[in-house]
Design a protein around this ligand. Structure first.
Ligand SMILES: C[S@@+](CC[C@H](N)C(=O)[O-])C[C@H]1O[C@@H](n2cnc3c(N)ncnc32)[C@H](O)[C@@H]1O
Length: 300
C-alpha cells in the first residue's frame, strides 16, 4: 500500500470561514486551517481508521471456527493470516482460545511493526503464540496450518490466472491434510461503477472510491479516503490496483490448484430492509444483489 498523501486542499491558503452560498446551492467548501494549526486528517492514524472502517476480526474468526468445525468435526488451532497487514486477525485468533496459534505474513515491515505495537504487545503472554513473517505469500513456508485466511480481497493483487493459481497451490501445500483456505470476494453490478461510497462512522467518514475499471482486463483501481468533521480529508490513505475477479473464475482456479472442493457462503437478506443480514450460509444460488461480499472456501 502506498503511504498516506496529505490532501493538497487542506494545505491551501486560508479560505473564508463561512460559505457564501446557502445550501442546497453551496459548493463543497473545505476550510484550510490557519498556518501552524493542524487538521484532524493530519493527526489521524490511517491504520486505526482502516481497522475500524473495514475489519471485524472477531466476526471473521468466529465464522472460520464455526464452519471449520462443521466441515472437519474438530476445532482449528493454527491460523495463517496471509496479507496480514496489522495482524489484527492473528491477535483475535490467539485471544479466542489458549491453544490457538497464529502466523501472519505480509510484505510491509512498517505495517507489521504497527500491528506488533497495537495488537500483539498488549496481549501479554498470548503474544508468544503469534509469529509475524515479512515475506511474499507466494514463497514457501516451513510450517503447516489448519486455516489460511486471505481477507479484504488482498489476493486480487494477483492479476493473472497463472499467478493466482500459483498462490492457491502454495496455500494448499501449506495446509494440513484437512485444512481450509478462506477468501472473501466483492462483486455485483455496482462493483464495476466508478463511484465514491461514503459511510459515516464514529468521528470520521470512510470513503471507498472506485476510481477506474478496465473492462478488457478487469483491472480496477480503488482508493480509501477518510473525511473529518473539520472538513479535512486524508486522501488516498490506501490505494489498490487489483483485478476484479469473479466467483466462477476463483472457484475454477481453486480446483485447478488441487482443492478437492470449493464453496461459496452467501449473505442472507433482512426481510424488512432488503439489506444483508450478516448471516452467511453455503449456497449455489445467489440473489442478483447490486453489491455483495461473500466468503469462498477451498477445502483440501
Ligand atoms: C488490503 S491489505 C489487507 C489487510 C488486512 N489483512 C485486512 O484484511 O484488512 C493488503 C496487505 O497485503 C500486503 N501484500 C500485498 N501483496 C503481498 C504479497 N505478495 N505478499 C505478502 N503481503 C502482500 C500489503 O502489504 C498489505 O498490508
Amino acid at each position: 500500500m502506498p503511504g498516506s498523501i496529505i490532501d493538497q486542499e487542506t494545505l491551501a491558503p486560508a479560505a473564508p470561514a463561512e460559505p457564501v452560498l446557502a445550501p442546497p446551492f453551496a459548493p463543497r467548501l473545505r476550510v484550510a486551517p490557519p498556518p501552524g494549526e493542524t487538521t484532524l486528517a493530519r493527526r489521524a492514524d490511517r491504520h486505526a481508521l482502516y481497522e475500524s472502517a473495514v475489519q471485524n476480526p472477531p466476526a471473521d474468526v468466529g465464522f472460520m471456527q464455526r464452519t471449520f468445525r462443521q466441515h472437519r468435526g474438530r476445532p482449528p488451532r493454527i491460523l495463517r493470516e496471509d496479507f496480514c497487514g496489522t495482524a489484527a486477525m492473528c491477535a483475535a485468533w490467539v485471544k479466542a482460545h489458549q491453544r490457538n496459534r497464529a502466523w501472519g505474513i505480509d510484505l510491509d515491515e512498517r505495517t507489521l511493526n504497527w500491528g506488533i505495537r497495537r495488537h500483539l504487545l498488549p496481549l501479554g503472554p498470548p503474544a508468544a503464540r503469534v509469529t509475524l513473517i515479512r515475506q511474499d505469500v507466494l514463497a514457501p513456508v516451513d510450517f503447516k496450518s489448519d486455516v489460511i485466511a486471505a481477507f479484504n480481497f488482498s489476493y486480487f493483487a494477483f492479476k493473472d490466472r497463472d499467478t493466482l493459481r500459483r498462490y492457491f497451490s502454495a496455500a494448499r501445500a501449506a495446509l494440513v491434510r484437512d485444512g481450509i483456505l478462506y477468501l472473501d470476494l466483492f462483486g455485483g453490478p455496482e462493483s464495476m461503477d466508478l463511484r465514491e461510497e461514503q459511510t459515516e462512522l464514529e468521528g470520521f467518514t470512510y470513503v471507498w472510491d472506485q476510481a477506474a475499471l478496465n473492462p478488457i482486463t478487469h483491472e480496477i483501481t480503488c482508493h480509501i479516503h477518510f473525511d473529518f468533521p473539520d472538513g479535512s480529508r486524508l486522501a488516498h490513505a490506501f490505494s489498490y490496483r487489483w483485478r476484479l475477479w469473479q466467483i466462477p473464475e476463483v472457484e475454477d482456479l481453486l480446483r485447478e490448484a488441487g482443492f478437492r472442493r470449493s464453496m461459496v457462503y452467501w449473505e442472507g437478506t433482512e426481510r424488512k430492509t432488503g439489506e444483508g443480514n450478516g448471516v452467511y450460509r453455503p449456497s449455489r444460488k445467489g440473489d442478483n444483489a447490486p453489491a455483495f461480499v461473500c466468503y469462498l472456501l477451498g477445502l483440501k
